[in-house]
Every structure is written in structure tokens, then in C-alpha cells.
Design a protein around this ligand. Structure first.
Ligand code: HEM
Length: 240
């Protein structure tokens, strides 16, 4: 049996697919992880306790999944949405009433956004509760804080896009609250709105931030965040 296994793992066909022998020893087990595109994100060795579903509750993965699902539904929404003050609101009404599955698409995006904020906050609470912010993971904690701020930023910028009464007044109130911040307040308001009040300039800026700038930075930071989890030796279970 052992010689048959050897013959298979030494064959050119096996070697062309797998760059390691049978994973029945520590070296080949490590190679299984590091040479596979799907496994290489995981550390070679993980703490058994961290694999329990009740340890992380999968909240980081759920947040990542929601980001991917929001990106897909967001791209589909862009097929119908035009960011001008004349067309934005009628576009949203038409999407809900005339486009097949339009209402479902809009609700997937809207509810996904609420859930992503909730999941990120719960994930942060879990990390805090398990003490996973301690060294060597303090850098990843900071990356997480940036991700949370950007997630809230994506929610805020998306809120204006339907251009209905609720969005218009929410952003009017939100940006005027921001303008009371002592040092940068009024500058931040001007940069966000591109003028003295919420109008076309604000809609253009919020749209660019919402569909390009913020998602691109979130994508890069999630990649960095997950890579850091791997480099910090997997989840922190048992160490603290
Ligand atoms: C867009 C938001 C976020 C995404 C997509 C995300 C994603 C993830 C994923 C997939 C993991 C590994 C699996 C897990 O723990 O469930 C993780 C771990 C971690 N996250 Fe986040 N995260 C986000 C926000 C945050 C926030 C707000 C913080 C804290 C301020 C944070 C700090 C950490 C730390 C320290 C770890 C390592 C945990 C450990 O070793 O036990 N993350 N994150």
C-alpha cells in the first residue's frame, strides 16, 4: 500500500497538479496549505479552539460576505441609476415599479448595508471580548477601526443617492452637524457638498465616493486585514 502511494505521489501527473507528497507528515501538510490558492490564506497551523463556530461566530467572514454581496448588487444598481438631480429619484421609482426584480435588488443593497454595519460592530465587540486586540494584533485592530469608519462612510454617502426627501434632509442635517467640528468642520462640509447646500455638486461627489473611492479602499483594507490575520498566526484563541 505504502509503495502504491509512493508511486502515485512520485508520478509526473500527480506532480503537475500537486507540488507535494501525500499530506501524511508535517512538511507535506504545510505544503498543502501554502501551495493551494484557496488554502494559502490560512496559517499552516491553527489553534483548535479558534475553529469552534462559537469562538468568532464567523462575524468577520459574514462582514466580508456582505461587502462582496453589496458590491455585486451595487454594480447591478448602477445599470439603472443616473446621479443627476433630475433623474435620480425617477430612476429609483422606475427601478422599483418597472424593472423585473428591481425592488428585490434595491432591498438587497439597502438591507445588506444595514447588516454590514451591524456585523462589523458585532465583530469588533467579539474581538474586544476575546482580547484579540492585544499584541501582535494591535495593527490589525487599527486596520479594523479604519474599516468600520469606511463602512459608516459608505452608508452615509449611499443615503443621499435616492434623492428623496429623507435623503436630502438627512444629508443636510448630517453635513451641518459635521460643520460644527472645531478645526476642520466647515472645510469638511464644503469638500463634501462642493457648494453651500445639498445640490448637484453634492450628489456627484457622494456618488463618486460611494461607488469608487470608498469601496476601493475597503477592498484593499479587507485584503490587508485578512492577510494580517494569517500573518499573526490565525485567530487569537487561547493566547490571552
Ligand atoms: C469591514 C469590516 C471588517 C471586515 C470585513 C473584517 C474581516 C475580518 C475577518 C474575515 C477576520 C478573521 C475571521 C473572524 O474573526 O471572523 C477578522 C479578524 C480580526 N478583525 Fe476584522 N473585519 C472588519 C472590521 C474590524 C473591526 C471594526 C475591528 C476592530 C476595531 C477588527 C479587528 C480584527 C482583529 C483584531 C482580528 C483578529 C481576531 C483574532 O485574532 O481573534 N475588524 N476580521
Amino acid at each position: 500500500m505504502a509503495s502504491l502511494t509512493n508511486t502515485i505521489t512520485q508520478s509526473r501527473v500527480w506532480r503537475s497538479f500537486f507540488r507535494h507528497g501525500m499530506p501524511n507528515n508535517p512538511l507535506d501538510r504545510s505544503l498543502v496549505m501554502t501551495t493551494n490558492i484557496f488554502f494559502h490564506l490560512h496559517p499552516v497551523k491553527v489553534n483548535l479552539k479558534s475553529l469552534k463556530a462559537t469562538y468568532s461566530l464567523g462575524l468577520g467572514i459574514i462582514t466580508t460576505f456582505l461587502f462582496v454581496s453589496l458590491s455585486v448588487s451595487g454594480i447591478l444598481l448602477m445599470f439603472y441609476y443616473v446621479p443627476t438631480v433630475e433623474r435620480a429619484y425617477p430612476n429609483i421609482v422606475a427601478l422599483q415599479t418597472q424593472v423585473p426584480f428591481g425592488q428585490l435588488l434595491r432591498n438587497l443593497h439597502r438591507w445588506g448595508a444595514h447588516l454590514m454595519v451591524l456585523a462589523a460592530v458585532l465583530h469588533m465587540a467579539r474581538v474586544f471580548y476575546t482580547g484579540a486586540y492585544k499584541p501582535p494584533r494591535e495593527f490589525n485592530w487599527i486596520v479594523g477601526v479604519l474599516l468600520l469608519i469606511l463602512t459608516l462612510g459608505a452608508s452615509f454617502t449611499g443615503y443621499l443617492l435616492p434623492w428623496d426627501q429623507l435623503s436630502f434632509w438627512a444629508i443636510t442635517v448630517g453635513t451641518s452637524i459635521a460643520s460644527y467640528e472645531p478645526v476642520m468642520g466647515s472645510t469638511v462640509k464644503k469638500i463634501l457638498l462642493g457648494g453651500p447646500e445639498v445640490g448637484q455638486e453634492a450628489l456627484t461627489r457622494f456618488y463618486a465616493l460611494h461607488i469608487m473611492v470608498i469601496p476601493a479602499i475597503i477592498f484593499l483594507l479587507i485584503s490587508l486585514h485578512i492577510w494580517r490575520v494569517r500573518k499573526d498566526g490565525g485567530l487569537a484563541a487561547n493566547e490571552n
